[in-house]
Write a protein that binds this ligand. Structure first.
Ligand SMILES: O=C1[C@@H](O)[C@H](O)[C@@H](O)[C@H](O)[C@H]1O
Length: 289
């Protein structure tokens, strides 16, 4: 089966973290994305696309794009906080646009991804229970919930990823970049957890910068600004092996191409994110799409 490739606004530096960097408009991002031949996208952060579900769908359609899902960080470990209402509030926009994958991240209470607390046993119990409950409720609406391991969230390190896979039934959003930065081997995860993989974020990474993030020698945002994420094929992630492992296992879902970026200013026409996305697409074509 041919790979289903989608884009994401984070490749254009559009991010949920306040103060992350220069934010491009939806009009320019969608124009450039569609211009590469990409036909589907994730939503990006709240406020990037219209909140109104119908207006959102119409805007994407105007650019020839369909929606695959969206990244939603929620507090999952606090017994005093029920994440269900905020997850339910996102669903109408998913359903109106035909996006059937919810990408959850286990938010901390801090802003950004530069620091995080580590969970105790009670926090883990709550988090795993919440994941299963959310997966059940979204499935009733035809939406598959996945957990996205992410630096600076409660699920970052390799052992934490396996703890989620062993302790809950939620699908995995296999983000090749965050797995590597968190110290997991993304090829091993793809091979061992192909059956749990319900969504894929393909990122390539400079492993030297990744190990500095892991060691606490540089902050996550600063590492992204320094170019930790590379066009696919230019970094240290075994993208081709991962695609092969998932294809062999019959993975039917999307490959969302992401090169998280921090922009200092509006890029000149044809440069910056657009040039990098084109390079990644050319690489993917060479690995057999
Ligand atoms: O890793 C990430 C993505 O996968 C996700 O799609 C983005 O929205 C986040 O900003 C980013 O940190």
């Amino acid at each position: 089966m041919a790979m289903r490739i989608a884009g994401a606004p984070i490749s254009w530096g559009v991010c949920e973290v306040p103060g992350w960097g220069h934010q491009m408009t939806a009009e320019r991002v969608l124009t450039e994305m569609a211009g590469t031949g990409i036909i589907a996208t994730e939503f990006g952060p709240d406020g990037f696309l219209p909140t109104d579900p119908v207006q959102r769908r119409e805007l994407l359609t105007a650019y020839g794009l369909t929606a695959v899902g969206g990244f939603v960080p929620v507090l999952l470990h606090d017994p005093g906080h029920d994440p269900l209402p905020e997850v339910l509030a996102h669903l109408p926009a998913f359903l109106a646009s035909g996006a059937n994958t919810l990408v959850l991240a286990a938010a901390t209470e801090a802003e950004g991804y530069d620091q995080r607390p580590v969970l105790d046993a009670a926090g883990w119990r709550t988090l795993l229970g919440r994941l299963d409950a959310l997966a059940g409720v979204t499935a009733d609406h035809g939406v598959v919930a996945t957990l996205h391991p992410h630096v600076g969230t409660m699920v970052e390190r390799a052992e934490e990823v396996w703890r989620v896979l062993d302790g809950s039934v939620v699908g995995l959003c296999l983000d090749t970049g965050h797995l590597l930065v968190g110290g997991a081997d993304p090829v091993e995860v793809a091979r061992k957890a192909a059956g749990r993989t319900a969504h894929v974020h393909l990122k390539d990474v400079n492993a030297t910068l990744a190990s500095r993030v892991r060691a606490g020698a540089i902050g996550y945002r600063d590492a992204v600004a320094a170019g930790m994420y590379r066009p696919l094929g230019d970094g240290d992630v075994g993208i081709a092996e991962i695609v092969t492992a998932l294809t062999d296992a019959g993975y039917p879902g999307w490959y969302v191409m992401e090169q998280d970026a921090v922009l200092a200013s509006e890029p000149a026409d044809g440069t910056g994110p657009l040039a990098d996305v084109r390079r990644s697409l050319a690489y993917l074509a060479s690995v057999g799409t």
